[in-house]
Write a protein that binds this ligand. Structure first.
Ligand code: ADP
Ligand code: MG
Length: 375
């Protein structure tokens, strides 16, 4: 029997945001026979290049949002900073992920408080709005710390490292503009992440753990499966399951963690959408994070997730895209992804490459060899 929550192809899926995550979501949806519409202010946005239509307008434009709602059977988003006010009137069938998920994950303070309520470990933190709360936060959190805007940040944007009193001026510049959170800076040994999703009937599906290597706060490469102890894997799966249930999750959620020297797990942040560290799943898993997201929001079942082969994914940032394009003839083993962004800017995510093989170490060597040429 078909349940009322099931949305079958050729229904139309509307995606708010037309970047690379929207593009890979759209490709999955299209291959399953759905129609896809995109809302994005940039004409010919990456996702729109592979979709049925685009509404070119600002995300806050209520008339444009109403048009998207009217032309689509179900809506989703590829980033968390969507104004919930434009989506409040939607039913759970129209927006299966709901607005609460956005309200929690688009605000670092709400997110940390949600984690605390569920007894999940986070770094020490405190809210900062003015000189007085900043001084109190430095006292309670300690130094070194990182001051982050509570919303709107990505790839390290909106973050200031606070090591000594010399950094207070830069901090003040940030917190006088917008609400911030001060986080203790953790001296971790590894960063790992997982993608988790949940079906309409409540089955939780957790992807394998990615080990993530960042530089300058930007993800450079993911190694999957992560080289961590089985205790860490178990704790991550348990935390992901608690979070998915606590949020009554629909769609994919990316969860970032730190692993400390003492093998303790700390939750860093949540992203209510497919995640950069999950791109490997396109080629390396029985179901990709993008297909899992579409299945979850459309009320379809999702099988247990299996990884078919070890994988390394590296991002193509800025000019690395041109370099990779030139080297395509030498790399039949590359799964090469170019997002079709119009403008090449330094450190901008423009594409990625995934390589698979029976052993991780030659894959890591190959990824490092590519990245080194760019230095
Ligand atoms: P976003 O991914 O939204 O830019 P994050 O909070 O994940 O923001 O920060 C980006 C990166 O900065 C993290 O992946 C990590 O490498 C580093 N970082 C962030 N917060 C901390 C922290 N409290 N302690 C140590 N490193 C951190
Ligand atoms: Mg992050």
């Amino acid at each position: 029997m078909l349940n009322n929550d099931v949305i079958l192809p050729p229904a139309t899926i509307g995606i708010i945001g037309g970047g690379q995550l929207g593009q890979m979501l759209a490709l999955s949806a299209k291959s399953m026979g759905y129609k896809v519409g995109i809302l994005d202010p940039t004409p010919d946005a990456p996702a729109a290049q592979v979709s049925d239509f685009q509404i070119v307008a600002a995300y806050e434009d209520q008339a444009a949002m109403d048009e998207l709602i009217q032309r689509c059977d179900v809506l989703t988003y590829e980033f968390e900073n969507v104004a919930t006010t434009t989506l409040k009137s939607l039913s759970s069938r129209q927006l299966p992920q709901g607005v609460d998920l956005l309200a929690i994950t688009s605000d670092r303070l709400n997110e940390k408080n949600f984690l605390r309520q569920h007894q999940l470990p986070t770094v020490a933190f405190a809210a900062v709005n003015d000189d007085h709360s900043f001084e109190a936060a430095v006292r309670s959190v300690g130094l070194p710390a990182i001051l982050k805007t509570t919303s709107g940040g990505y790839d390290g944007h909106g973050q200031v490292d606070i090591n000594t009193a010399r950094d207070y001026a830069a901090a003040q510049e940030l917190y006088t503009q917008t609400t911030c959170i001060l986080e203790a800076r953790l001296d971790f040994t590894k960063e790992v992440s997982v993608m988790v999703t949940r079906t309409v009937t409540g089955n939780v599906r957790v992807f394998p753990l990615s080990e993530n290597q960042h530089s300058a706060h930007i993800l450079h490469r993911s190694i999957v499966p992560a080289r961590v102890s089985s205790e860490i894997v178990q704790q991550v799966v348990q935390a992901a399951t608690t979070i998915a249930k606590g949020l009554e999750l629909r769609g994919v959620l990316g969860i970032e963690f730190f692993v400390t020297e003492a093998n303790q797990l700390v939750v860093n942040e949540l992203a209510p959408r497919p995640h950069n560290s999950g791109h490997y799943s396109i080629e390396a898993c029985n179901v990709s994070q993008f297909e899992a997201h579409i299945r979850s929001i459309c009320g379809l079942p999702i099988p247990e997730i299996r990884q078919i082969q070890p994988a390394v994914m590296f991002n193509l940032l800025g000019e690395e895209l041109s370099l990779a394009r030139q080297q395509l003839p030498q790399h039949p083993e590359w799964h090469f992804h170019d997002y079709g962004k119009a403008e090449i800017r330094p450190q901008r995510k423009l594409g990625h490459v995934t390589i698979l093989g029976p052993e991780l170490s030659p894959l890591i060597t190959a990824a490092l060899a590519f990245e080194k040429q760019d230095k």
